[in-house]
Design a protein around this ligand. Structure first.
Ligand code: SGN
Ligand code: CA
Length: 520
């Protein structure tokens, strides 16, 4: 028996008699597993209804988990785009893959899972956001956005050739992916497709057809929206607050035609330019029809203080949630295609985000911190064996590479630091599974002013060390303080657990080959 079938057989029986409705692909005797790795940018688990029903309704994304598994303790290694993507591609922490912050250039000569899959006969493709600066390597086909990309009429680079596409980024990215699946790939080979959306990244610009869909909804304000950051200096010094840093013109689209609204974040000009540079006349008309009355109301009401803060929060949530709706609808298109083509039965589908995001918790947008909302990331996996349910073990985005390799029957190189998720997907609870996670964020000084920090998280506790221009430790008991408001570091009664966590952090540093230890 082929090794990959042997591995997969613990989870799903793939036989010559399995029903396959595809007209294109003849029933093969042994079907290797295809991989569809869908990722969005900045999609918080709070806004996926499979995880949290307070905000959004995402039936298509939920379906992936409902027909497979929902990881309830899924985390990133470094909560920012490029670094997170580099961790996923290599299965290694940032200090090993070299892409520690967004200003780096990914060394595409290094080992990645797409390269290893390609070598073993997989047809590989990446479509959408890439954000690693260097050109993709290890892909038979690539069609990527430049940097962050644009929501409207986005520029793509298709195998090295730049082209501007008509339409809304989430639709266009999906169109390209469906076209590749349908007519560009080599059907005789298994595929590994990385479908990576720009949405819902800042500035959360909805598709014009979805404008206003959440206007009847008033989103509940997070309990700690007015956090005073007591005992948490790094949290106090960030620049990602909805009240202070979210720009009325840039982020919240209050670019009035009379040019009377002015802001001080330095983003006003960019905010006025966005609309002019990319939208076509029909889109501009729809945009104006929606935002002009909101701008008018905004000017009339002259809100200040809490009223202004909460108005900003509702506007942010409505835009963000409308952008998510389009992501969900487009994922529905892909699932329908796979179903109609008979591909669902031999394709593993992963849905995740490059990191979590703040939906007003601590008063914030953006990510970066090792606090729960941005350290966590959604992870739903549809495995063709049927519903698996919740998986509660601590998993991290360095685990994706070994999972895909093991699934394909490719030997996982010894230098990969993540662990394959296949045993968990098979319902096993390995006694040796990790009991703690290592985290490290390096992007400072930089936008949003989140200090450099590293730390360890166990099932119950979290220890963080903020360093560089400060030297501060934080300790949280996630059981009694899930919102991380009470820094217990240095408090009486926590000496023992602090010592244990420091030892664990040191052990993780050794395990992962950290040479620049926090314990100097
Ligand atoms: C841009 C955004 C930031 C965001 C980073 C990183 N500013 O610089 O708000 O934190 O990306 O995001 S913007 O003015 O360009 O919108 S990441 O997800 O790509 O890492
Ligand atoms: Ca991101």
């Amino acid at each position: 028996m082929d090794k990959r079938i042997l591995i997969a057989s613990g989870l799903v029986a793939i036989t010559a008699t399995s029903s396959c409705s595809s007209a294109k692909k003849p029933v093969e005797e042994k079907k290797p597993m295809n991989i569809l790795f869908i990722m969005s940018d900045d999609h918080s688990y709070q806004t996926i209804s499979a995880y949290d029903k307070r905000y959004a309704n995402t039936p298509n994304i939920d379906r992936i988990g409902n027909e497979g598994a929902k990881f309830t303790n899924s985390f990133v290694a470094n909560s920012i785009s490029g670094p997170s993507r580099a961790c996923m591609l290599t299965g290694k922490h940032s200090h090993i893959n070299g892409f520690t912050n967004n200003s780096k250039r990914f060394d595409g000569a290094q080992q990645t899972f797409p390269k290893l899959l390609q070598k073993e006969g997989y047809q590989t493709a990446v479509i959408g956001k890439w954000h690693l600066s260097s050109d993709p390597t290890g892909f038979d086909y690539w069609n990527i956005l430049i940097g962050q990309g644009q929501y409207y009429q986005p520029d793509f680079i298709e195998n090295g050739v730049k082209t501007q596409r008509k339409g809304y980024a989430t639709d266009v990215t999906t169109d390209i992916a469906l076209d590749w699946l349908d007519s560009k790939r080599d059907n005789s080979k298994p595929f590994c497709l990385l479908l990576h959306h720009k949405a819902p990244h800042r500035t959360w610009m909805p598709n014009t057809k979805d404008l206003g869909m959440y206007d009847d909804v008033t989103f509940p304000l997070p309990e700690n929206f007015y956090d005073n950051y007591e005992g948490r200096q790094a949290a106090a010094e960030q620049e990602m607050s909805i009240i202070n840093d979210m720009d009325l013109v840039y982020d919240l689209k209050m670019a009035d035609k009379e040019n009377e609204i002015h802001t001080k974040t330095g983003l006003e000009k960019a905010g006025r330019g966005m609309y002019n540079s990319r939208m076509n006349p029909e889109e501009k008309a729809a945009w104006d029809a929606y935002y002009d009355p909101i701008i008018k109301d905004f000017k009339e009401k002259k809100r200040t203080g809490k009223a202004l803060a909460e108005w900003k929060y509702q506007r942010y949530m409505r835009d963000y949630m409308s952008v998510i709706h389009s992501v969900d609808q487009n994922i529905g298109r892909v699932l329908t295609y796979l179903e109609e083509e008979g591909l669902l039965e031999n394709t593993i589908i992963v849905y995740t985000s490059d990191q979590g995001f703040y939906m007003g918790e601590h008063g914030w947008f953006d990510k970066r911190f090792m606090y729960e909302e941005s350290f966590r990331t959604p992870l739903l996996v549809r495995y063709p064996g049927g519903r698996i349910g919740d998986i509660n073990e601590l998993v991290q985005n360095i685990d994706y590479a070994p999972t895909f390799l093991e699934l394909a029957g490719v030997e996982v190189p010894a230098d990969i630091q993540g662990a394959s998720l296949l045993p968990l997907l098979a319902g096993e609870k390995p006694a040796t599974w990790r009991k703690s996670l290592y985290y490290h964020f390096y992007e400072y000084p930089a936008e949003h002013a989140v200090k450099r920090h590293c730390g360890v998280r166990t099932e119950r506790y979290k220890l963080i060390h903020f360093y560089n221009d400060i030297d501060i430790w934080e300790l949280y008991d996630l059981q009694s303080d899930p919102m991380e408001m009470n820094n217990l570091f240095g408090k009486k009664g926590y000496e023992e657990i602090t010592k244990e966590l420091k030892t664990e952090l040191g052990r993780l540093e050794k395990q992962y080959g950290v040479t620049d230890s926090v314990f100097k």
